[in-house]
Design a protein around this ligand. Structure first.
Ligand code: CA
Length: 361
């Protein structure tokens, strides 16, 4: 053991003397804080995965190289759904994912991703930063030695890819669909079977018939996964994910070791990525949808009104039930719901009224 350590040290020394570290290696050696970021996304996946890369690069640049972060895709250091635990125990200093993946830790976590028929991206960041959301989220993650930060949003997602038509509520019965979070619970109450799989497993699951349908994100990301090759019908709107927040999580002890300026840099970089990612989706989705329809012959369908009506009713029940699970979840639900009621009134006479007017003239 000692001999091996000696050889390793000697080897590193020889490399340094020979200047063999290269520019990146030298920067890494200079960094005051060398961090790992584990993610729930496939490595370099467009939008979600590249947002993690951009966040790491941004923190590196803003800190003048004092923080260097190496990003790991799902399965590289830990599997997708072990990101939360890995950052909690300090295997990695930072994680990148979405809070509904951690409902096994706390049901309340789901409010910090998205809620079926809930807040849009614009409203969600408003609740998070100005409506008390982040304080509650911080209180929750603190129990696990973590600090959460908003770090992106997908905007309204698509309903998903189905290998059969959905013409009535009956068609949801027995449907085996990959749909995480509260949307999955809604499908369950509609008679379907929700399953949760990390993104990297969706295509195969759908193609082999292990599942009948899957939602993922929207045209930009669904095109990248080639989901159109595995199912024909592409339904909208994504009632189940109207504005999904992407999270960064920090190991509390590691974050606490940073001086105040670096802490501010990490927080600011995450916040900047919230805008950055939403802009990327908003810009890329329309072109990707066009490609899916014209080149790949995706059959675009809107959910029938009576299906949406039923899903809306079930969603309200699911969210209300969730809000009664435990004392903490009740507190989060009360905050979210109050904000939702107010935001909805304002959005109806601002965004909604405007979009309707824009579209009707
Ligand atoms: Ca999704």
């Amino acid at each position: 053991m000692q001999r091996r350590d000696f050889i390793k040290r000697a080897g590193a020394g020889a490399l340094a003397v020979g200047g063999g570290l290269g520019v990146a290696g030298a920067a890494q050696a200079r960094a005051e804080h060398q961090w790992k970021m584990v993610t729930t996304w496939p490595k370099n996946f467009p939008g979600l995965g590249t947002a993690a890369n951009k966040l790491a690069a941004l923190i590196g640049d803003m800190s003048g190289g004092r923080i260097q972060i190496k990003v790991y895709g799902a399965g590289e250091l830990v599997p997708a759904f072990e990101v939360f635990d890995a950052v909690s125990r300090g295997t990695a200093e930072m994680g990148h994912g979405s809070a509904y993946y951690w409902k096994g830790k706390s049901e309340a976590a789901q409010f910090f991703s998205t809620v079926p028929f809930g807040l849009t991206a614009q409203e969600m960041i408003a609740w998070t930063l100005y409506g008390g959301g982040l304080e509650l989220w911080t209180e929750l993650y603190d129990q696990f030695g973590l600090i959460p930060m908003p770090a992106g949003n997908t905007g309204v997602q698509m309903g998903g890819w189905f290998n059969k038509e959905i013409n009535s509520v009956e068609d949801l019965k027995g449907l085996k669909m990959r749909i995480p979070g509260l949307g999955g619970e809604v499908l369950k109450r509609a008679g379907g079977t929700p399953v949760n799989l990390p993104g990297g497993e969706l295509f195969t699951a759908l193609q082999t018939g292990a599942i009948d349908a899957t939602e993922w994100v929207g045209p930009y990301n669904d095109l990248a996964f080639g989901l159109y090759k595995a199912a024909k019908y592409y339904y909208y709107p994504g009632f189940h994910e109207p504005g999904s927040l992407v999270e960064a999580m920090l190991n509390k002890a590691a974050f606490g070791q940073l001086p105040k300026d670096l802490q501010a840099i990490v927080r600011t970089a995450c916040k900047a990525m919230n805008q950055e990612l939403l802009a990327e989706y908003t810009a890329r989705n329309p072109l990707a949808l066009e490609t899916l329809i014209t080149e790949h012959k995706a059959d675009l369908r809107v959910y029938p009104q009576d299906v949406l009506k039923k899903l809306r009713k079930l969603s309200d029940e699911v969210v209300a039930d969730l809000g009664q699970k435990d004392a903490f979840t009740r507190k989060v639900y009360a905050s979210y719901n109050k904000f939702y009621q107010d935001a909805r009134k304002w959005s109806n006479i601002s965004e909604l009224a405007y979009l309707k007017a824009r579209d009707s003239i």
